[in-house]
Design a protein around this ligand. Structure first.
Ligand code: ATP
Ligand code: MG
Length: 333
């Protein structure tokens, strides 16, 4: 429950029949348990709430008689508590429903958000780095069901990035229970870009190829995915300037699709804190050869001109995209 998007809080509760004597009994049992772990308590308070309508028990009776039962229990073990309703050491919440009553002390925070799938579907691009799993998590948290895609240059690079992405997705499974992962080999596409297009546009052209492939994956899936998730953060690296993002986003023009960049305004530190919280940081920090770093030009274009990019892309072989997708390995994690 703690990790399931859609729950904002949860608590471990004692349950008893909705009956004043039963509630008093449960209150004493709960107090005994609580005291074992917290022997230094001085104050307590009850907060009673009727959840269903038509319940005969009066909240005030529960507060007064229940409070007295708790007080008597603590007195009997030599610990005279005083009542404090605002900020007690021991606060017991009592939620009365028609048949059952629930009693609890601590309210825990869950992830919040919306249940996965209720907001639609998206393809999330996973590099193996720190940012992309955090971006995917934020998308899942707001109700998107994701399909994961990773582009790799094996055997030119080691298999580390693939292992990392699998491990990252294994970790994210606690938020979305089944995640499909596409592993797509891109060496032929990278070679085409390096040999046939102007060097400074390599990264933008590769990014556009990534998005085209992700779009093809989205179409291949049973239900189409109208959104793509990336871990871009404005200005973090050369490929993440506004101009370059425009040049990449243009791939989807007229397709009724959208790139979502949940981390666009996050600082690296903020992203890392979140990565730690969701359990992906340790995995992302393991070393891997980046598929992109294979052919990072010395002076990458930071303000790509769209017309120039499109002209360079004309020189590339579009069939390589279909060939890459045909070679994809698909895993259900
Ligand atoms: P990350 O920490 O997620 O690797 P980054 O800071 O290294 O991000 P880039 O390398 O510019 O930034 O990548 C930006 C985004 O592009 C990534 O967050 C990811 O969504 C996508 N991406 C980059 N490389 C790959 C890849 N090999 N496979 C799939 N997606 C990728
Ligand atoms: Mg990266």
């Amino acid at each position: 429950i703690k990790n399931t998007p859609g729950f904002s809080t949860y608590y471990e509760a004692w349950a008893c029949p909705t009956d004043l004597e039963e509630i008093k009994k449960a209150l004493v049992e709960l107090s005994e348990e609580y005291f074992k772990k917290n022997p230094h308590i001085k104050t307590f308070g009850l907060k009673t709430e009727k959840v269903d309508s038509g319940i005969k028990i009066k909240s005030n009776d529960v507060n007064v008689e229940g409070g007295s039962a708790v007080w008597k229990y603590f007195s009997s073990i030599g610990n005279e508590l005083s009542v404090n309703l605002d900020n007690p050491d021991l606060k017991i919440h009592i939620k009365i429903k028609k048949d059952k009553t629930f009693l609890f002390t601590e309210v825990e925070k869950a992830v919040g958000g919306l249940p996965v799938g209720t907001a639609g579907r998206a393809v999330a691009l996973f590099s193996g780095g720190i940012d992309s799993p955090v971006a995917a998590f934020l998308a899942m948290k707001r109700g998107l069901e994701i399909t994961a895609v990773h582009f790799h240059s094996v055997p030119q690079t080691s298999k580390q990035s693939i292992e990392k992405v699998k491990e990252l997705i294994g970790e994210l499974k606690k938020y979305q229970h089944k995640i499909k992962l596409y592993l797509i080999p891109i060496i032929p596409i990278q070679k085409d870009i390096v040999h046939n297009a102007e060097r400074k546009f390599s990264i933008v052209l590769q990014r556009r190829a990534f998005l085209k492939l992700a779009d093809m994956v989205g179409t291949k899936e049973k239900k189409e995915s109208p959104a793509f998730i990336t871990g871009d953060s404005l200005g973090q690296v050369a490929s993440q300037t506004l101009e370059n993002m425009v040049a990449v986003s243009q791939v989807l023009e007229g397709r009724g699709r959208i790139i979502l960049r949940p981390l666009i305004a996050y600082d690296k530190k903020e992203i890392m804190d979140l990565a730690k919280k969701i359990g992906t940081l340790k995995i992302s920090e393991k070393p891997h050869d980046d598929a992109c770093s294979l052919f990072v030009p010395k002076n990458p274009e930071t303000r790509a001109n769209l017309e120039q990019v499109l002209a360079e892309e004309e020189k590339l072989n579009p069939d390589l995209l279909d060939e890459a997708l045909a070679q994809a390995e698909i895993f259900e994690v």
